[in-house]
Design a protein around this ligand. Structure first.
Ligand SMILES: *Cc1c(COP(=O)(O)O)cnc(C)c1O
Length: 412
């Protein structure tokens, strides 16, 4: 069982995917996606597009990637039957424990894949942008592992707000550069990273942290994260006799942990896919990040997708208590899953997420990241049959959010 399963996992990240839910040859998911980039970025993105599938399909690449996922990241991550949570919701809930990965979240699956790809493209330097610092830490980690130079762009405001992660990146040997233009947050850091890449096209790879950005990034990141659903299949088969659950739930910022969990189930239409966005202070409060509910089609971060914007097309500053969901757009694949109704989108407010995080902590002894807690808040809005099988992605652990839980009265 174990050996064939591992083999399946290996083959699946590079396999051709032709369903209407996967990216097409032109880099689109339905009407979303593409590569809307400045002329000067074209050679870099094109180099990636022409090579990524071939490289990740190579036996030596698969070998190195999967051996590091196993021994460095600690995969496979457990699929845990949450007995007390299941009893509470009168159904069968399994938790996919990405919080137990090295660095405490799913992000490292992608940064590891991309740095191995960058090495094979002959790059010596890595750049990344980060908002909350989680993707920056995951990038700095794999750069240390591979002995590569690492520059992380971060808004000056975010550097102030996310001190511990800035210190972590520095301890890992990365250089953190402040973006001081505009609102001095994530989108400004992204602009700086793009500018750096334009100026250093030959020796540098830009590691994007979610299923966002110009084609081929969304597909590439989805493939690296698809290890989550590849494992879920054999783990569910072992535990329930059926590799398909009835529901899969995940929180969505850009959408990479959700995409990893959905990937191998996209064509299994009887598996209901549930994505949960952050509603911040409330869907209509003006302080929110619930992109599919409020967004309109536009161009963000190099792709056509749904994003929150004003009447004249200015990007609206998003808000969520969880920094990882605090993004004005969503990956183009999720815009397509929303558009086709293949996935159902819910949203949860700060308050609902905090309560759900506290509830999971006390019921199962698992303190989730505030991002993750949004997915658990959606359980309150759904109804299940007693024999349903529900898989929840625990995208990250809550240590980083401890102070927020305390400040909001959840530890009392
Ligand atoms: C970054 C992050 C997210 C949001 O990113 P996605 O690309 O939507 O997965 C969710 N959970 C945790 C723990 C994160 O660090």
């Amino acid at each position: 069982m174990q050996t064939t399963s591992t083999k399946d996992t290996k083959n699946s990240i590079a396999a051709a995917k032709n369903s209407k839910y996967h990216v097409n040859e032109r880099g689109y998911y339905g009407k979303f996606g593409g590569a809307y980039i400045p002329e000067m970025l074209y050679p870099n993105v094109e180099e990636l597009r022409q090579n990524y599938l071939e490289i990740i399909g190579e036996a030596a690449f698969q070998e190195e990637f999967h051996s590091l996922l196993k021994d460095y990241v600690g995969r496979p991550s457990p699929l845990y039957f949450a007995q007390r949570l299941s009893e509470h919701y009168h159904t069968n809930i399994y938790l996919k424990r990405e919080d137990l990965n090295h660095t405490g979240a799913h992000k490292v699956n992608n940064t590891l894949g991309q740095i191995l790809l960058a090495k094979r493209l002959g790059k010596q330097k890595i750049i990344a942008e980060t908002g909350a610092g989680q993707h920056g830490v995951a990038t700095a980690t794999v750069c240390a592992l591979m002995g590569m130079d690492c520059i992380v762009y971060m808004g000056a405001v975010d550097i102030e707000r996310q001190k511990p992660n800035v210190e972590r990146m520095k301890l890992l040997g990365a250089k953190v550069v402040a973006a001081t233009s505009g609102s001095q947050t994530l989108k400004d850091a992204t602009n700086e990273a793009m500018r750096h890449w334009i100026n250093n096209p030959t020796d540098t790879h830009y590691i994007i942290g979610s299923v966002v950005g110009p084609h081929p990034y969304p597909d590439m990141v989805a493939r690296f994260q698809s290890v989550i659903s590849a494992e879920m299949k054999w783990q569910l088969k072992e535990k329930t006799g059926n590799e398909n659950p009835d529901y899969i739930l995940a929180c969505v910022g850009g959408g990479s942990n959700a995409m990893g969990a959905f990937y191998h189930y996209l064509e299994a239409e009887n598996v209901k896919l549930i994505a949960v966005e952050a509603a911040g202070l409330g869907l209509y409060s003006g302080e929110t990040a619930a992109t599919t509910q409020l967004g309109k089609s536009g161009i963000l971060h190099g792709s056509k997708t749904l994003l929150m914007q004003t009447k004249d097309g200015q990007v609206v500053e998003p808000y969520s208590i969880s920094a990882g969901l605090d993004y004005p757009g969503i990956g183009p694949v999720h815009a397509h899953l929303y558009d086709t109704t293949r996935a159902t989108f819910y949203s949860a407010t700060d308050e609902e997420a905090l309560k759900a995080g506290q509830f999971l902590s006390r019921l199962e002894g698992i303190i989730p990241a505030l991002e993750t807690a949004h997915a658990f808040a959606a359980l309150e809005k759904m109804t299940f049959e007693t024999n349903d099988v529900v898989v929840m992605t625990v995208s990250g652990r809550g240590d980083k959010d401890l102070q927020t839980y305390i400040d909001r009265g959840m530890a009392g």
